[in-house]
Write a protein that binds this ligand. Structure first.
Ligand code: COA
Length: 328
């Protein structure tokens, strides 16, 4: 028994933050951002009364509509996020309530930009065991809630979004293999310093802007290029996949140069790589399902697909799956 993706849906806030907008906020320019990252604009959830669970709930509602199912049929919701609405209850709890998933349980999973593939791998096990028939995996992040919009080194990179997939049992297609890694030394280069149990919020932590993303970009970039390229190559080797066998690479969208390095290492032509970073920036846990959403109509039953990610923690990995349906 395999777990296979049978539907995909996403939610993008309406407000656009373009490179031109950022030029008015910090000392940067469109050319620098485009050549260093590939990003042209991102979406921002401006409504102060809305949070990650609201975007996630919209994605799950659309997912249910697309699959023609009632939310009460969902067995389990796993939400990959680093921007939970609050420390507790979990975002999964809030989403289940908002969509009417009254028979579901759920939990949040924290693996930053690799969150979606970690959650997908975890959720697949509940389906493969035969225990559950409908597991929803959500990748959702309101990154604007943890960004300092006076820090030009981070504020240009991130956007807000949510996207979700439905996992169901299949004897034919589905998730075949995964290779996932963590390295806690990564905390030295990319983290949110305060707000957790190590440094609970104080006047001082707020004044020092320690509740936002802090990043030492260069070492993160180097680790990401190596981590994402190596693991994508490794999963091909492990499954005897040649470049011709792979229909699509679905890379986490953090930086176009990291994606290019991964594509080259895998020996794939550019046309096989899903890239939408120019439109949305880095939406952390949402990037990979957003790509699946944007490319859904091009995917064919039986396509060999590699999902690959690298993120804070450090966390990184790849998933090999076979696509289950044609969209007409
Ligand atoms: N606009 C203009 N100039 C900027 C800038 C901006 N937004 N941000 C930084 N700079 C400047 C720097 O101050 C530096 O100036 P200096 O040479 O005078 O010191 C110069 O540009 C080069 O900065 P550097 O940090 O070396 O650039 P880079 O090529 O490493 O690109 C990142 C910066 C952040 C785009 C890149 O390091 C990166 O993508 N890192 C990984 C990020 C990531 O993926 N994080 C999430 C985990 S998945």
């Amino acid at each position: 028994m395999r777990a296979t993706i049978t539907a995909v849906a996403g939610y993008l806030p309406d407000d656009v933050l373009s490179n031109a907008d950022l030029e008015k906020m910090v000392d940067t320019n469109d050319e620098w951002i485009r050549t260093r990252t590939g990003i042209e604009e991102r979406r921002i959830l401006k409504d102060p009364t809305k949070a990650t669970s609201d975007m996630g709930a919209e994605a799950v509602k659309t997912l249910c509509e697309k699959r023609g199912m009632d939310a009460a049929e969902i067995d389990l919701i796993i939400v990959a996020t680093v921007t939970a609405d609050m420390h507790f209850p979990s975002t999964a709890n809030l989403i289940a309530h908002k969509v009417g998933a009254v028979n579901s349980w759920g939990y949040d999973l924290s693996a930053a930009c690799s969150g979606f593939i970690f959650a997908l791998t975890t959720g697949a096990k509940f389906v493969e065991s035969g225990q559950y028939k409908k597991v929803v995996i959500v990748g959702a992040d309101k990154m604007s809630s943890i960004i300092d919009y006076t820090d030009r080194t981070t504020c240009i990179l991130f956007g807000d979004a949510a996207a979700a997939v439905l996992l169901e049992p299949s004897e034919e297609h589905g998730i075949i293999d995964h290779k996932l890694h963590v390295d806690g030394n990564g905390a030295n280069f990319l983290r949110q310093k305060a707000g957790g149990s190590l440094f609970p919020p104080t006047h001082e932590t707020v004044e020092n802007k320690e509740h936002v993303i802090w990043q030492d970009g260069k070492p993160v970039f180097k680790a990401a290029v190596k981590g994402m390229a190596d693991v994508s190559y490794d999963i091909m080797q492990k499954n005897n996949l040649k470049p011709d066998d792979v229909a699509w690479l679905v890379p986490h969208q953090a930086n176009l140069r990291i994606i290019d390095a991964t594509q080259r290492r895998m020996g794939l032509p550019k046309e096989k790589v899903m890239i939408n970073i120019q439109k949305y920036g880095n939406t952390t846990a949402a990037t990979i399902p957003l790509c699946l959403m944007d490319w859904e109509t091009k995917l064919k039953k039986g396509d060999n697909i590699i999902l690959a990610a690298f993120g804070g923690g450090f966390t990184w990995g790849a998933v090999y799956l076979q696509w289950a349906y044609d969209t007409h």
